[in-house]
Design a protein around this ligand. Structure first.
Ligand SMILES: Cc1cc2nc3c(=O)[nH]c(=O)nc-3n(C[C@H](O)[C@H](O)[C@H](O)COP(=O)(O)OP(=O)(O)OC[C@H]3O[C@@H](n4cnc5c(N)ncnc54)[C@H](O)[C@@H]3O)c2cc1C
Length: 273
């Protein structure tokens, strides 16, 4: 259907982003292709290399998964703060990333976990790295005749941990700012690998690369280094002033959330907090 109807056709999963767009007449597809009854797309399982989240796995199922809570805590944290239970019961993680909304919570998490997205279309299957997927606001690297079938997250390694924190004006809101951190600690306790992802402070979810480069090789117990990590992440962000706050305010929120999320991620990795 996607091939024969061309760009007028649109995939629908949980409908939690798409239906509001249709209601506001911001999108008027000539055909909705409901993928909900395609079997096998709702699995959450680990293979030898990856945690595999099927495109139709509901956010509520991810939230309830013990495997994800224990081994991929940044995904669990984000799943708990997306909208409200009604949104999470229908909304999918696949839809959350495919929508390309910089205010959505999962993209930053997928960036720091170095996830990849499996996509199927008339030319067969291809895999897109999360860092190449989010092109611009509401624009992702999916062609109109392709569907996302699976999200693959590299399996948790020893001494690694993650965290997602979000400031919202009231429960269920989109983020004023959100922060995803994933770390891996070396034997001596210093930070060996780090990913810093930011929500709602740029045209897409972004990685704060200056901040990441700064923290590599440093000790999580070094408080001034952790404060600098937050400051550099704020420098990497580019928030706009809107109803949720001024740009300057959001940068302060980023700095604070980054240092808090970093400490939590290190604690979860088994290191100093
Ligand atoms: C009241 C409310 C509050 C919300 N609060 C938050 C929040 O705090 N944080 C947050 O992150 N999100 C929030 N959302 C958005 C919601 O989480 C996302 O809408 C949901 O995860 C999207 O998934 P979906 O399955 O509903 O996607 P849909 O709405 O069905 O689709 C969204 C987009 O992705 C495309 N798409 C979906 N699945 C695929 C696929 N497998 N392959 C290719 N394209 C696909 C669709 O064509 C469409 O363009 C909120 C939504 C509502 C209604």
């Amino acid at each position: 259907m996607l091939v024969s109807r061309g760009e007028g056709a649109r995939v629908m999963a949980g409908g939690q982003s798409l239906i509001p767009l249709l209601k506001l007449r911001l999108s008027s597809p000539s055909l909705l292709v409901d993928i909900n009854r395609i079997p096998g797309l709702d699995r959450i399982e680990e293979s030898e290399e990856f945690l595999r989240i099927g495109a139709l796995a509901r956010i509520a199922e991810v939230e309830a998964s013990t495997l994800i809570r224990e081994d991929y805590p940044a995904i669990h944290d984000a799943s708990e703060v997306i909208g409200d239970p009604l949104v999470r019961n229908l909304g999918t993680v696949g839809g959350n990333v495919s929508h390309g909304d910089p205010n959505n919570d999962m993209p930053a998490v997928m960036l720091v976990l170095r996830a990849e997205f499996v996509v199927v279309g008339p030319a067969g299957e291809r895999t897109i790295k999360a860092q190449d997927f989010f092109l611009d606001t509401f624009t992702v690297a999916l062609n109109h005749n392709e569907i996302l079938t699976e999200i693959r997250v590299p399996r948790r390694r020893p001494w690694s941990g993650g965290c997602y924190l979000k400031l919202e004006q009231k429960v269920g809101d989109f983020a004023t700012a959100g922060v995803a951190i994933q770390v891996r600690l070396a034997k001596g306790g210093e930070c060996e690998e780090i990913g810093v992802g930011l929500t709602a402070v740029g045209p897409t979810a972004i990685r704060a690369r200056k901040a990441e480069d700064w923290m590599r090789g440093k000790s999580p117990a070094d408080r001034s280094a952790v404060l600098e990590l937050g400051r550099l992440a704020a420098e990497d962000s580019n928030p706009s002033t809107d109803v949720r706050g001024t740009s300057a305010y959001k940068k302060k929120v980023v700095a604070l959330l980054v240092s808090r999320a970093f400490r939590k991620a290190c604690e979860r990795a088994g290191g100093a907090s």
